[in-house]
Design a protein around this ligand. Structure first.
Ligand code: NAI
Length: 248
């Protein structure tokens, strides 16, 4: 019996990277998994196939997490198809790094829309179903730099810090309905997002991590399983760092 048997999860930005590993880990624990990404392309189809091969119901949806209307639409579609949503993982995120001096308004707005507004969009759309069910777990992907800040990432750090305020507020607002809200703050995780960082900068990052390595997306997924499952039934309003002791 898996830890997430009879639960339905919706994971955003999950065709690849951390989101994909969360979707797979959820499926391996028996959850039915709906997931989104920007496009229904071959990457999404491959992830959908891998989920179905585990033997659970699964479906990928093209949906822009930064769009309020898209959020409403995809949640309605998932409810129609799966009947409920027990776990929402707001994972979709982007970086548009630059020194503040060179940061454009466009890059500021894009990062805030995809990383922060998306969390409002999806949580807003899902809450009424979770309230009706009188249960739910909302998991928001923050970052260690949302707590510590990082030069060259003012937009990204601000979006990830905003997620923490949102997470704690929702935990207080919806706690009486048995809905939990937590954030995960990963450190340096090896995905396409960090592959963009030049080799020498990446080595310097890794050397500065007390555990002397970047994390694997699967290591973030294990924490998402904990927060999605009843193992964490009294854990809410928390930020769990998954960072090999970096920036702690
Ligand atoms: P990734 O770039 O490998 O995957 C992100 C996924 O989100 C992609 O499939 C992308 O297409 C999708 N996406 C982007 N914009 C979207 C939108 N508007 N609507 C729907 N989907 C969208 O990134 P990774 O590393 O897997 O990151 C996942 C989350 O974890 C992000 O929120 C990121 O900020 C966060 N994170 C990652 C860290 C890392 O070191 N990789 C560290 C801390 C946090």
């Amino acid at each position: 019996m898996g830890l997430l048997e009879n639960k339905v999860a919706l994971v955003t930005g999950a065709s690849k990277g951390i989101g994909k590993q969360i979707a797979l880990a959820y499926a391996n624990e028996g959850a039915q998994v709906a997931f989104t990404d920007l496009n229904r392309d071959e990457v999404m189809e491959e992830t959908e196939k891998e989920l179905l091969a585990i033997g659970v119901k699964a479906k990928g949806y093209a949906s822009n997490a930064a769009s309020f209307e898209d959020g409403e639409r995809v949640v309605e579609e998932v409810i129609k198809e799966f009947g409920r949503i027990d776990i929402l993982v707001n994972n979709a995120g982007i970086t548009k790094d630059n020194l503040l001096m060179r940061m454009s308004e466009k890059d500021w707005d894009a990062v805030i829309a995809v990383n922060l507004k998306s969390v409002f969009n999806l949580t807003h759309a899902v809450q009424k179903y979770m309230i009706k069910q009188r249960c739910g777990s909302i998991i928001n992907m923050s970052s260690v730099v949302g707590v510590s800040g990082n030069a060259g990432q003012a937009n990204y750090s601000a979006s990830k810090a905003g997620i923490i305020g949102f997470t704690k507020s929702v935990a207080k607002e919806l706690g009486s309905r048995n809905i939990r809200s937590n954030a995960i703050a990963p450190g340096f995780i090896i995905t396409d997002m960090t592959a963009k960082i030049p080799e020498d900068a990446r080595k310097a990052w890794e050397a500065s991590i007390p555990m002397k390595r970047g994390g694997k997306p699967e290591e973030v997924a294990k924490v998402a399983v904990f927060l999605g499952s009843d193992l964490s039934s009294y854990v809410s309003g928390q930020v769990i760092h998954v960072c090999g002791a970096m920036n702690c």
